[in-house]
Design a protein around this ligand. Structure first.
Ligand code: HEC
Ligand code: HEC
Ligand code: HEC
Ligand code: HEC
Length: 187
């Protein structure tokens, strides 16, 4: 009697575990890479977010790990190649600590700190229909980042840390949708 109970509960638990694993994989949005955002976010009249990102510091965050400065900073920590070291990659690429299953084939970490590092994984919100509806986009995993998002990386754990001032730093990478474009959108 007791044994049967143990078997039934063990099976029940196993089935529960398996079903929750499957659900997690199906429902969770994937990281697709900044190149997927480019089609819709490069037009000048809509604020050319992609172009601004590409010209800014975050698109070079992986590349910069191969610089002389990076090698020097790493040496003191006993790291030979910063581009393969967890100690550096955790802040220099998108979604470093995210499991491989949640990264689509189009995702490439050499993009550095991409759109999705701040805005969340895009597979479920990237369609025009969802994007045009803020509530739907938020429900599909889109994040409206704030100062706290930045401080996940801009903190004293960075070996080259520069005092982080949100106002000042944000100005350098801001990529707003121009007001005229927003009005057009509302029509
Ligand atoms: C099919 C076209 C399309 C793609 C692909 C796309 N977007 Fe959008 N996105 C839009 C449109 C349209 C809007 C509405 C605002 C506008 O008119 O520019 C928008 C709005 C946004 C907003 C502002 C949301 C708000 O409510 O403030 C963010 C952030 C955003 N997109 C990020 C991304 C990111 C990151 C990607 C890639 C993972 C992406 N988008 C891919 C079309 C797209
Ligand atoms: C906690 C997050 C974090 C970690 C860990 C980190 N970095 Fe960075 N790194 C940053 C940020 C943020 C910046 C931008 C400026 C700043 O505050 O240093 C940066 C900038 C840099 C720069 C450019 C400096 C400049 O003046 O433009 C280099 C080079 C660099 N990091 C190398 C490394 C190396 C090598 C490692 C690993 C040993 C590493 N980083 C680990 C967050 C991090
Ligand atoms: C995933 C980690 C990460 C996040 C989140 C992040 N950054 Fe960065 N940021 C970096 C790294 C790494 C660099 C250095 C890149 C380089 O030098 O090529 C950097 C560089 C910068 C720079 C250039 C600094 C300089 O020395 O000129 C600015 C400005 C900046 N970030 C602003 C922001 C703001 C504002 C936010 C939040 C909205 C933010 N960052 C969020 C990792 C991050
Ligand atoms: C370092 C973090 C960071 C990165 C990288 C980043 N963004 Fe943003 N983005 C922000 C922040 C912060 C805001 C302002 C949120 C708010 O309105 O409060 C924003 C706002 C936006 C908006 C809305 C602008 C508006 O006026 O409402 C769009 C669209 C957008 N981002 C698209 C993108 C796209 C596309 C990429 C990649 C090419 C990208 N972002 C990369 C942090 C980032």
């Amino acid at each position: 009697m007791k044994k049967a109970f143990v078997i039934v509960t063990t099976f029940g638990f196993l089935i529960f575990m398996l079903s929750s694993i499957v659900v997690a994989e199906e429902g969770d949005p994937q990281y697709i890479g900044s190149a997927k955002c480019k089609v819709c976010h490069k037009a000048e009249k809509r604020g050319e977010q992609y172009t601004k990102w590409e010209a800014g510091p975050h698109s070079k965050a992986y590349e910069v790990l191969a610089s002389e400065e990076a090698l020097a900073a790493a040496k003191g920590m006993g790291i030979d190649n910063p581009q393969t070291s967890d100690e550096c990659l955790k802040c220099h690429v998108t979604a470093f600590s995210v499991e491989a299953d949640l990264k689509a084939e189009s995702f490439d970490r050499t993009e550095g700190v991409g759109c999705e590092a701040c805005h969340g994984p895009g597979s479920e919100y990237k369609s025009l229909k969802v994007m045009k509806n803020r509530e739907a986009a938020l429900a599909a995993g889109m994040i409206i980042p704030n100062e706290e998002t930045c401080m996940g990386c801009h903190n004293e754990e960075s070996p080259t840390y520069k005092e982080f001032n949100f106002e000042e730093f944000w100005k350098k990478i801001a990529h707003p949708i121009p007001e005229e474009a927003e009005e057009e959108q509302d029509k």
